[in-house]
Write a protein that binds this ligand. Structure first.
Ligand code: O7M
Length: 216
């Protein structure tokens, strides 16, 4: 699949209970553009959880792949064989490592998204000074898009200018203080929301609330 903005909402399903994960996926899958799985869920449930979630939504494997090209290729192959529609890799390991992910994704008709500046305060230590270079690297390696912070909409504006047609997926909304609408207005194509949805008393109502904010 190619990730296309409809609701513009991606849920980060960082729960560590299989039954809870599948229940949320079943309830929310039809409303969101994708479900992102990360290590917390996959380490508990195994890679097979991707196929189970795929019944309800597109799946993005947030493995922040960061190794030498050969190892990156092997990780991507196993992830796409498991059914993931897209994988997320780190850019700081260099263009050859990102290109290795893109080459495997192209074979499977899937997508690669590259982390640029992260959303947490520690991103200022090393990543922020190199964020624009990471955007350029993602473009040159043929990635479908990048990850950039909803916690710093002013940075999103600059990253958007640099990113051209690449899609921007923006985490940091809600629990980390970012605002969904501001992130989209600053140039993101999608927002990624985790705790503010899956920890809500009614995750479906919380997701619908975000979708309404994004529609405005
Ligand atoms: O909404 P939260 O804070 O509960 O969850 C945010 C999710 O986005 C969680 O899965 C993080 O691992 C992820 N994320 C960030 O929070 N910040 C980043 O800079 C990058 C990511 C991410 O998705 O990277 C691909």
């Amino acid at each position: 699949m190619t990730l296309t903005p409809k609701s513009r909402l991606i849920i980060a399903l960082d729960v560590t209970d299989r039954t809870e994960a599948l229940s949320i996926a079943e309830k929310l899958g039809g409303a969101v553009d994708a479900i992102k799985v990360n290590y917390p869920l996959v380490l508990v449930c195994g890679l097979g959880i991707i196929k189970d979630i795929k019944k309800y939504a597109n799946v993005i494997a947030d493995f922040k792949v960061a190794d030498i090209p050969n190892t990156n290729s092997l990780i991507c192959r196993e992830t796409f064989e498991a059914g993931a529609d897209a994988i997320i890799c780190q850019g700081f390991v260099g263009k050859d490592s990102v290109k290795a992910c893109v080459d495997v994704a192209n074979k499977y008709g899937r997508e690669v998204y590259v982390v640029t500046e992260m959303s947490h305060p520690g991103a200022l230590d090393f990543l922020q000074p190199h964020a624009f270079e990471l955007v350029d690297l993602a473009f040159r390696a043929g990635a479908s898009g990048i990850i950039a912070p909803a916690t710093r909409p002013e940075r999103l504006v600059d990253i958007r200018c640099r990113a051209g047609d690449m899609k921007i997926l923006s985490p940091g909304v809600g629990a980390q203080g970012g605002d969904a609408r501001k992130a989209i207005d600053a140039g993101a194509d999608f927002v990624i929301v985790g705790r503010s949805i899956y920890n809500a008393e009614d995750p479906y109502a919380a997701a619908v609330n975000f979708i309404e904010q994004l529609r405005r």
